[in-house]
Design a protein around this ligand. Structure first.
Ligand code: AMP
Length: 112
């Protein structure tokens, strides 16, 4: 897959405050937040989209959700939304899988 800005963040090429990291995932703040707290969780593995994930990624995908819980707890969020945009038509702009963790404001349903 093509390199992305998240690949550059993952490799430390773009100075970014890393809120959480381990051997499989990192988390940092969204540069253009849509809520008072808007965090991103990405796998170190450059998976392009959720739909391109493979059965071998099953454990990694679960891990990303647990990291989302962890960074949400660190941010003292009790109520939050985890979003994955899949494909340009859904709003995906960076083609390196990422989970948005959004909170600290009322979240309407259904989302737009
Ligand atoms: P999506 O539209 O689902 O692909 O989400 C991509 C997100 O990445 C957007 O919310 C952007 O604001 C965010 N973003 C883009 N560049 C950066 C960056 N350098 N650091 C942090 N977040 C970024």
């Amino acid at each position: 897959m093509a390199d992305t800005i998240f690949g550059r963040i993952e490799r430390g090429e773009i100075p970014t405050e890393i809120l959480y990291e381990d051997d499989r995932a990192i988390a940092f703040r969204d540069v253009n937040p849509v809520a008072p707290i808007h965090l991103l969780v990405i796998p170190r593995k450059p998976i392009e989209t959720l739909s391109s994930a493979e059965p071998a990624d099953e454990s990694l995908l679960g891990h990303l959700l647990l990291v989302a819980n962890r960074v949400a707890a660190d941010a003292r969020l009790e109520n939050y939304r985890v979003v994955i945009n899949n494909g340009a038509g859904s709003g995906q702009t960076v083609f390196h899988l990422h989970l948005h963790v959004i909170g600290d404001r009322p979240l309407n349903w259904p989302p737009g």
